[in-house]
Design a protein around this ligand. Structure first.
Ligand SMILES: *[C@@H]1O[C@H](CO)[C@@H](O)[C@H](O)[C@H]1NC(C)=O
Ligand SMILES: *[C@@H]1O[C@H](CO)[C@@H](O)[C@H](O)[C@H]1NC(C)=O
Ligand SMILES: *[C@@H]1O[C@H](CO)[C@@H](O)[C@H](O)[C@H]1NC(C)=O
Ligand SMILES: *[C@@H]1O[C@H](CO)[C@@H](O)[C@H](O)[C@H]1NC(C)=O
Ligand SMILES: *[C@@H]1O[C@H](CO)[C@@H](O)[C@H](O)[C@H]1NC(C)=O
Ligand SMILES: *[C@@H]1O[C@H](CO)[C@@H](O)[C@H](O)[C@H]1NC(C)=O
Ligand SMILES: *[C@@H]1O[C@H](CO)[C@@H](O)[C@H](O)[C@H]1NC(C)=O
Ligand SMILES: *[C@@H]1O[C@H](CO)[C@@H](O)[C@H](O)[C@H]1NC(C)=O
Length: 414
């Protein structure tokens, strides 16, 4: 029989993720969109050996605090996802919420009784599917996202109380808990970014800052989808960035080693005429793309084949095309060659402040702000230099031949 001390050591060695936090294991992650499994990105295409965490997306909140639903995300695949992940030594997490799926977070955590019920809903789900972690993607506490979320001034305080209660359960203590967040800290009761979110650092393993969709069709000009820095941009163009977000979250009490940088494998498109795209060089033989050109908001181009051509959203509001282009889509659509470089005849600009590539097709007059190896390498280097916990791609299926995944590995150091 083994002596007790050895048994204790063995128990410590097999201790779960949360207990091993002190080991400071880095996070190399991506969200896996279940709804793209049948659209070209089945589980068999996941490069499991290049991640240590994959996050199935999404389980959505429902009007009942007693359930979450996988209906929109090919939920039948979740058991296989967990099995494949574990076979490959990868942690399998579930993301609860998303842009459309976070509508009932506010009421789910809106009272003590609801928090207790929602703790049970989530822990039952974790146990049922044998998950290693939960990523709370509430877009956003006390900040209306899609337009028909339940919302309450106390959302952030209620969210914290909920996480504290969850963490006290045997299941909650045993798994990795994270939140996908905006670039600004959770809104306080007055609707401003909270000055102190340090309570969350005690109950969450990390926050994953979604540093994308910073500029898009809703913006005043063509700007970076996922800027690394914006302190070097003109004042009016400082709309958020990885660096300013990390600064804001650390100032509010989340240590850098509990921050994962959300990075993008897609970009946004804009309709830009040649006059706007090239400015004063438009009539010259040698044309160069200008920074922050105007675009025609009434003419949103369609993105790649994963883009929605336009439909009525969950709030009952008609939304036109999103205009998103995944990296593989930019290759398919003739903007990039197979190596991810600008294709012949495509105009290119690299903004060295935000670290953002732009491509422009003069025939279709479509300009896209996206991420390539250069910009992703810059982000990986920043993750390392700033001592962040890791990186996470939205989404695993957006890449092309692992061009971006390999690029971030090469500079993040893990
Ligand atoms: C999900 O789909 C099942 C089966 O079709 C249905 O019974 C259930 O009501 C759906 N749940 C939600 C929240 O839509
Ligand atoms: C508690 O949850 C139920 C739905 O299950 C909801 O109808 C109710 O409004 C919630 N209570 C609060 C205070 O948010
Ligand atoms: C927020 O919480 C405070 C203190 O518990 C309470 O008095 C207030 O009514 C709550 N506000 C809302 C909008 O629920
Ligand atoms: C804790 O996690 C381990 C490993 O995933 C699992 O075997 C065990 O059942 C979990 N315990 C609880 C209480 O969920
Ligand atoms: C080019 O686009 C700009 C901004 O959308 C617009 O103001 C201008 O009229 C357009 N020029 C032409 C020639 O269409
Ligand atoms: C913007 O696009 C709309 C729709 O295609 C078009 O009718 C309009 O003339 C365009 N505006 C400019 C300034 O080019
Ligand atoms: C640009 O767009 C046009 C029209 O959609 C397309 O025919 C062409 O192949 C694209 N690529 C280049 C390099 O012009
Ligand atoms: C960007 O490039 C310009 C011109 O090459 C240079 O002057 C500037 O210092 C660079 N800025 C950054 C942030 O690297």
């Amino acid at each position: 029989m083994l002596p007790t001390t050895i048994l204790v050591l063995i128990a410590l060695a097999v201790a779960p993720a949360y207990a091993s936090k002190a080991a400071d294991a880095k996070v190399a992650a991506a969200w896996y969109a279940g709804f793209h499994a049948e659209e070209g990105f089945p589980l068999s295409k996941v490069s499991w050996n290049k991640y240590n965490t994959l996050i199935y997306s999404f389980a959505e909140t429902t009007p009942s605090v007693h359930s979450v639903t996988l209906n929109g995300s090919d939920g039948g695949l979740l058991p296989q996802f967990v099995e494949e992940a574990h076979k490959n030594g990868v942690k399998a997490h579930i993301s609860i919420g998303g842009w459309t799926g976070g509508r009932w977070y506010s009421t789910n955590v809106g009272s003590a009784a609801n928090r207790t019920a929602f703790v049970k809903t989530v822990t039952d789900f974790v146990t049922k599917y044998n998950l290693d972690g939960v990523n709370f993607d509430w877009e956003y506490p006390n900040n209306q996202g899609i337009g028909c979320n339940t919302i309450n001034a106390n959302d952030t305080a209620n969210f914290l109380a909920y996480l504290q209660e969850l963490r006290k359960t045997p299941v909650g203590a045993n798994i990795t808990l994270s939140a996908a967040t905006a670039v600004a800290p959770f809104m306080d009761a007055s609707g401003s970014p909270s000055s102190d979110v340090s309570g969350f650092a005690k109950v969450l393993d990390y926050v994953a800052i979604m540093n994308y969709d910073i500029w898009g069709s809703w913006s005043s000009a063509v700007g970076p989808n996922s800027p690394l820095d914006d302190s070097c941009a003109p004042a009016a163009d400082q709309q958020g960035s990885a660096m300013s977000a990390v600064k804001a979250w650390t100032k509010a009490g989340i240590p850098a080693n509990q921050i994962v940088l959300g990075v993008a494998s897609y970009g946004h498109s804009f309709s830009v005429n040649a006059t706007s795209a090239f400015g004063s060089s438009a009539t010259k033989a040698t044309k160069a793309l200008v920074a922050y050109p105007a675009f025609n908001a009434s003419n949103q181009p369609l993105g790649d084949k994963w883009d929605d051509t336009g439909s009525v959203d969950v709030c009952g509001v008609y939304e036109g095309p999103g205009g998103d282009w995944d990296l593989w889509g930019l290759v398919d659509g003739g903007f990039l060659d197979q190596q991810g470089n600008p294709a012949k005849g495509i105009y290119y600009r690299y903004d060295n402040c935000s670290q953002t590539p732009y491509v422009y097709n003069t025939t279709s007059e479509v300009m896209v702000s996206f991420d390539n190896t250069q910009s992703i390498k810059a982000k990986g280097a920043y993750v390392k230099q700033a001592g962040l916990l890791g990186w996470a791609f939205w989404e695993a299926g957006g890449d092309y031949n692992d061009i971006l995944l390999d690029a971030i590995h090469s500079t993040s150091g893990f």
